[in-house]
Design a protein around this ligand. Structure first.
Ligand code: FES
Ligand code: FES
Length: 148
C-alpha cells in the first residue's frame, strides 16, 4: 500500500491491521511521533490525518487509504513553524516526551480555529497528557503561535 506522509509517498508492505504508529516509527523511522500508552489515552502519538489530530496508535494502517498524514517531522524542516517557534520562545518542554503530540494537537486546532480562545484551547488540548505538567506553558505557546 502507499501512504502519503509529509507530502511524500511511501510504498510499504505490512500487515494491514498494524497501527499507523508502528508504521511511522518502526518501518519508516519517523520516530518524532511517540508511543505512550498504545490504548488511546495519552495522545503522545498524535498526527494529523487529513488535517484532523488523530491518535496513530489506534488507527489500523488499512484505514488510511489516500488520506494525507502529517507528523511532527512534516511541520517544517528547520523549526520555523509558528508553533515550533512559540514552543521554544516560551520554553514549554521539560522531558519532552509528550510534546510532539501536544504540538500536533495544537496544529489540528489552529487549522480549524486560527485564533482560538482559552476555552477552545482547553477543550482541544484536554486529552493530551503531560506528566511534567507543562499545561500552562502549552496554552501560552498556542496563543503566541496564533498571533503569528
Ligand atoms: S500512545 Fe496513542 S494515545 Fe497513548
Ligand atoms: S514534557 Fe514531560 S511528559 Fe510532557
Amino acid at each position: 500500500m502507499i501512504l502519503n506522509i509529509n507530502n511524500k509517498n511511501y510504498e510499504i508492505d505490512v500487515d494491514p491491521d498494524i497501527p499507523l504508529l508502528w508504521v511511522l516509527r518502526d518501518i519508516l523511522g519517523l520516530t518524532g511521533t511517540k508511543f505512550g500508552c498504545g490504548i488511546g489515552v495519552c495522545r503522545s502519538c498524535t498526527v494529523l490525518i487529513d488535517g484532523n489530530a488523530e491518535q496513530s496508535c489506534l488507527i489500523p494502517v488499512r484505514l488510511i487509504g489516500s488520506k494525507k498524514i502529517i507528523t511532527i517531522e512534516g511541520l517544517s524542516e528547520d523549526g520555523s513553524h509558528p508553533l515550533q517557534k512559540a514552543w521554544v520562545e516560551i520554553g514549554v518542554s521539560q522531558c519532552g516526551y509528550c510534546q510532539a503530540g501536544q504540538i500536533m494537537t495544537a496544529e489540528g486546532l489552529l487549522r480549524k480555529k486560527p485564533n482560538p480562545g482559552i476555552e477552545d484551547i482547553n477543550e482541544a488540548m484536554s486529552s493530551n497528557i503531560c506528566r511534567c505538567g507543562t499545561y500552562n506553558k502549552i496554552r501560552d505557546a498556542i496563543i503566541l503561535a496564533s498571533k503569528g
